[in-house]
Design a binder for this molecule. Structure first.
Ligand code: NAP
Length: 311
């Protein structure tokens, strides 16, 4: 099955549909064993984008047969209310996964929120215990966006082993876990990794030496064709709103200048329709995995190596 269209565009929506099809079988198997997976989402924000993300996640759960529970708190509610909500969900045996939508308001300690979620239900994979396990090569839940990138590479037949990967960005949710996944002595890893960030002198000097570039800087069209060598695999994680002369007044662009990158790259992911759909898919994956672990019913899960094909 090919996930590549227009010569070198790696279609994240197609990979995502394929993986969700496999996950549906796992959800059915769990339901047959009397354990329908359930994801709790917690929203404490006035940011319309956060509301949209949460409703997209709930819709994706519904489509796959995963139950979703939603808790919404006023953005100016005391922080204690959020911690009580998380405690209640931690204790609820009918809830398998918990996601607190970030960002939380300034008066709430974000790190304490991450620590408050039961690590066995932490489907974002941001609890320090789960971060530690990932670094130690014993991941319980791989964070959704970098895990999605790993499966995208696999679907395109790009094995990072022995290749030079350049990750642009070092955030806790994308750049650092991406780097950790790529250096693991494991399938989908074994790469030689360079990490660039805002203090890197001449990002292009690094990306031009890369076999794989993963752009996660949050800077519109930061990486263009002149910063790439011929044949490089380019994965664009960025989602940036820029002003546009259309009805909405804006459009979404990535961290890669798609048109010039497409001329040079061996493969390039689009925005939208690249990494974005995979992020939600891997949240569903982690919810299924959490359920399987909690009820002790093993299920097959698609993972690196299972999608692979010769590029
Ligand atoms: P973030 O927390 O703002 O981190 C951005 C990282 O990029 C930081 O490490 C920063 O360096 C680095 N950076 C900023 N400007 C740079 C430059 N000019 N050159 C090199 N590095 C630079 O962002 P994030 O949460 O990782 O997200 C990154 C992008 O991915 C955003 O556009 C976000 O919307 C998108 N995203 C998409 C998905 C998805 O599902 N598609 C999921 C998550 C995030 P410092 O550390 O030095 O500040």
């Amino acid at each position: 099955m090919s996930f590549v269209r227009d010569g070198n565009v790696l279609d994240g929506s197609a990979v995502s549909d394929h993986v969700r099809g496999q996950l549906r079988d796992s959800v059915d198997a769990l339901a047959d064993a009397g354990a329908t997976p359930s994801l709790a989402t917690v929203l404490m924000s006035t940011d319309p984008a956060s509301e949209t993300y949460v409703s997209m996640k709930q819709r994706a759960c519904d489509d796959l047969g995963i139950e979703s529970v939603h808790r919404e708190l006023d953005a100016d509610a005391p922080a204690a209310e959020l911690f009580e909500t998380v405690e209640e969900l931690n204790a609820d045996p009918d809830v398998n996964g918990i996601l607190v939508q970030m960002p939380v308001p300034d008066h709430v300690d974000k790190r304490r929120v991450l620590r408050s979620i039961d690590p066995a239900k932490d489907v974002d994979g941001f609890h320090p215990e789960n971060v530690g396990r990932l670094v130690a090569g014993d991941a319980r839940f791989k964070p959704c966006t970098p895990h999605g990138v790993q499966l995208l590479l696999d679907a395109a037949g790009v094995d990072p082993a022995g290749k030079h990967a350049v990750v642009v960005g070092r955030s806790d949710i994308v750049g650092k876990p991406m780097t950790n996944l790529l250096i693991q002595k494991d399938a989908g890893g074994n790469a030689t990794v360079t990490v660039c960030h805002s203090r890197t002198d001449d990002v292009g000097a690094h990306t031009r030496q890369a076999d794989i570039v993963i752009a996660a800087a949050g800077v519109p069209e930061l990486v263009d064709g002149e910063m790439l060598s011929a044949g490089t695999t380019v994965v664009d994680v960025g989602v940036n709103r820029v002003d546009a002369d259309n009805e909405k007044g804006y459009e979404l662009v990535g961290d890669v200048d798609f048109e010039s990158a497409k001329e040079v790259a061996g493969l390039v992911t689009p925005v939208p329709g690249g990494v974005g759909p995979m992020t939600i898919t891997m949240l569903l994956y982690n919810t299924v995995k959490a359920t399987s672990q909690q009820v002790d019913v093993p299920v097959d899960l698609p993972d690196t190596g299972s999608l692979g094909q010769e590029a």
